[in-house]
Design a protein around this ligand. Structure first.
Ligand code: FES
Length: 133
């Protein structure tokens, strides 16, 4: 009986991802109750499916372009144990601590997290993305 191999196959609650591409960081500008991000042709957000981490003086956000005129803006704080999410792999945001994966709109794709990421309203006009915080 190969009971030892069964025990060895159990990873025990998620593992740290390796070789996950890291998000590009772009700067946002705080304006009133919003954060604004200029999206030029060199930004990863110039293409549908692209994603970045937006840093502003009021905080950071995960941002993905979900369609030509649609973006999602999410908290960077993982709902598992509050690590900062920094990876983006195969259209999913990836937490570096235990490998939870979230869709571009913040749904859990893989645990151990089991709650979605908080999201913020966005609007887009004249190549400027506005995040309402
Ligand atoms: S803190 Fe555990 S997966 Fe993010």
């Amino acid at each position: 009986m190969a009971l030892g191999s069964l025990a060895a196959a159990c990873g025990g609650g998620g593992s740290s991802p390796s070789n996950v591409p890291q998000l590009t960081t772009v700067n946002g500008t705080v304006s009133g109750g919003t954060v604004q991000v200029q999206i030029d042709s060199s930004s990863p957000l110039a293409t549908v499916g692209g994603a970045v981490m937006v840093r502003a003086s009021s905080g950071a956000f995960l941002v993905a372009r979900t369609a030509q005129e649609s973006f999602s803006a999410l908290t960077t704080i993982c709902t598992h144990e509050t690590c900062t999410i920094t990876g983006f792999d195969n259209t999913n945001f990836v937490c570096p601590c235990h490998g939870s994966r979230f869709s571009p709109t913040g749904r859990v794709v893989n645990g151990p997290a089991n709650a979605p990421l908080r999201s913020f309203a966005t609007s887009f006009s004249n190549n400027v993305l506005t995040i309402s915080v």
